[in-house]
Ligand binder design. Sequence first.
Ligand code: NAD
Length: 253
Amino acid sequence: MIAKDLENGVERLGEMIASASAIVPFTGAGISTECGIPDFRSPGGLWTRNRPIPYDEFVASPAARDESWRRRFEMEATFAAARPGRGHRALAALHRAGKVPGVVTQNIDNLHQASGIPADDVVELHGNTTYARCLGCDTRYDLLWARTRFETSGHAPACDLCARPVKTATISFGQPMPTEAMRRATELAQACDLFLVIGSSLVVWPAAGMPLLAKRAGARLVIVNREPTEQDDDADLVIRHDIGETLGPFVGN
Ligand code: NAD
């Protein structure tokens, strides 16, 4: 059912939150747009400006790796300046209240952790862009290391230990999903009684399978997104309004 207006949506969401004992938020790029990070598919989003570089292209092509890192550093000021928004803070408040066993996110921006939710309780399906890893031996690198290499050599960094390419710790199209994160997300989705989709177009699979998994396991499903999604018909409540305005009342003190 679609909330008839914002007030009605917030009221019904409040009732569902109050009666739930295990809430699993599932977040997408839309929760971070008010923090200044553009999403992929809204007008003017990243998708419209840059074709994503698939994983096999990154691995095979030095030019693709250079371009990928160039784009990452171009975005660095935006990522570095971003602070948790009302959506992140509302979820952190629900976590503090003991209602949220874990947040499942498609986001790579680290803002749930920055909002105070312990990293162990943030399940990142698409990784994290605030650090990097070697594709060969998995050594972790910070972005400053990568940037220094890039600026000194003019090329994408390679691992100090094994010389394989180093990539932001994100999951690109065509890259295998992280097994442990998928396992935990599945477990959380199947064990909750309220599954909250926030700011996702629900078109990126297999992540987009999580809401239906939760629904089939008996959870109530809420979708907060300003544009329609293909799963709206399966939801118990759809709120087609701004995320900050919708979740602002749940931020608390
Ligand atoms: P998406 O761009 O496909 O969809 C975002 C949705 O959020 C859109 O349907 C849009 O209408 C909605 N939205 C945007 N701002 C909103 C607001 N203020 N209030 C209400 N709705 C709003 O994003 P996705 O489904 O997360 O999939 C894109 C992929 O790219 C994911 O893997 C995602 O993590 C990644 N990505 C991440 C970031 C980030 O970490 N912040 C940014 C861009 C893309």
